[in-house]
Design a protein around this ligand. Sequence first.
Ligand code: GAL
Length: 370
Amino acid sequence: MKKFVALMMALILALSVCAVASAEGAKKVGIAMPTQSLERWNRDGAYLEAQFKEAGYDTIVTFSNNDNDQQVRDLENMLSQDVDLLIISCIDSDGLNTVLNDAADKGIPVIAYDRMIFNDAVSYYVSFDNYTVGKLQGEFVRDALDLDNAGDKTFNMEFTGGAPTDPNAFYFFNGAYDVLKPYIDAGTVIIPSGQNEMGQVGTEQWSTDTALARAQNILGSFYGDGATVLDAWLCSNDSTAAGVAQAIESDYAGDNAVIVTGQDGDIANLKNIVDGKQTMTVYKNVANEAIVTLAVAKAILEGGDFDGAAFAAAQEIECAYDTESYASSEGHPTPSFLLVPTVVTKDNLDYLVGTGLYVMGDDGYLQAAK
Ligand code: GAL
């Protein structure tokens, strides 16, 4: 009997040593975020790192200062450290071919995170329904101006889009413009600047200052007579909305409340919403985006292909499985998991508190939960 006990103790000890060894041999995940200069990506990076570390993965997290060459170097460094998976929110959807071809040669799977990447090394795409984000913004302006009951009344509005290197920017702008185009074509909605294409309304690096300068230029050129009313300004996200709101405050002579849209629920913009300088933001729960990304990563690392539809249906977080809308190259659709965005205005800020990611301060403004 004593021999048996000794043998079992030795076996348990050996297994525990293996367990420690497997923890040391944990799989390694590279998480490449575009920048820290835009609020949301700091949240994405933190949530992703926490999720993967908690699940027992080693992680390498980088922020590439909105510099595509830097992101290439960061990804090359991850490959040199033998990562088992890459999770990338790209700066330039066409700018990663060399390093991603290298990843493909090494058999390293790639999850395109939030922004699609046009390289077939991408295995899966996890994001929100980006066209719907824009659609929600367009519908908000349509309903706030009550365009369906405009009669002979006309409305003036402008557009500010996102970074031309970011494929999301085109989905956002197209989703919004497709809603408003019938009213523009009918002459109910007028764009005094005449700028109605991404080539005209795009904002390099989603820069607040660039959005501010363009808005000031448009206000001075087309609204400077003090008589032309600006009814709405559709901005594709909060960093650009911050610039537009600042321009309206400093350079618009009208005394009407201008409808301003945004996206992301950035803290400064939520304050602007309380103060009436911005009217809405499209909120995307990036903590949930990180959870779904972890689930996809686990499925990839534990065993190759999996039933995406069943996987999406099994998630506690609502996400659609889409095999048509996004492609890493022509004719090469990428299996995508798309979470659901939510419109937030001053009337439902409690929705954000309910996520547990925001708290209402004594000053009446939302703050990030600690
Ligand atoms: C987009 C992202 C948005 C927006 C923008 C700036 O790709 O989906 O949330 O904020 O980048 O980061």
